[in-house]
Design a binder for this molecule. Sequence first.
Ligand code: ZN
Length: 352
Amino acid sequence: MPRFHISLLLILVLSCSGKPASNETMEGAIASDKEVVCFIYHRFGDSRYPSTNTPVKDFEAHLAYLKKNNFQLLTFSEAIEYLKSDKPARKTAVITIDDAYKTFYDRGLPLLKKYNVPATLFINTKTVGGGDYMSWTQLEESVKHNVEIGNHTHSHNFFLNQPAATRYKTFKDEIELSQTIINEKMNIRPVIFSFPYGEFDTKMKDIVKEAGFIAAAAQNSGVIYSGGDLFECPRFPMSESYSAQDKFIEKASMKALRISKRSPDDYIMPKGNRPTLTLTFDGDGLKLDQLQCFVQGGECELKVVDKQKVAVTLQAAKPMTKKRRTLYTITAPDKQGVWHWYSHLWIDAAID
Ligand SMILES: [Zn+2]
């Protein structure tokens, strides 16, 4: 039993140390109001897979919009450094691509070159060179054109499906294996990580921190901000149902709804099919009478519990359709009419 207590304490200490106080960055510098909008893409012009595909014309329109509107465009790791730095705030966006499908090399990369936009590509090393995936030569070629390589594990497995007894060791071993392979093949040691399917628990997040990465990308939608938890950076998905230009512009203009406290503090779906999420945030400057919440595939019930520091609970109005991943989202406009966004992912690992 004492061993259990020590390891529990360690987990608690690690999870606290990863979250800087809201007015400090991890380096202890005063955080400014800096935010970064990050987008996630998978396949390009490959309509066989609508849920992970972006039409090429949509991708080109996204890049053209970001350039025309003077966004600072950075790789993922550069954006993290920018958030931690004392550089002045600028409209900033990051393009990320997960899985390294060939369609990125054939149809995405030429557009990045045309518009001179950097990007970050998260690769799962096991599949490089096979089937629909890019080869090492194509990855090398991409790096020459300002594409940063990130770690996306070796196998891209559903790690939450493994029993806790083996999950963490397998996850850690895979991250290290991927780092070794990328280093051997490309002479690069990635400093950023992306969770396969955006799925993780608190301990997996700690493992990524301990492995020396500077940040990790999740798949909840939302905006990254200085002082936030950089090991679960939200990204807006840009697959077919979200990639139309009006929707892209709406996301590119979005601000973070900065949550200071949430319960539960992870994404594991609790028992029952109408999970309750309680969030606390600073309502200063927000039009709280226009708070909205959304449950993917259903209706949402929103209750304001405390108006002073704004605590709200969100719950699906009806039992949710059984899905592996479901998002709860809350948004509110500020007094300038700019919308602020937070989304919470529920993962039910019992569903394939
Ligand atoms: Zn992936």
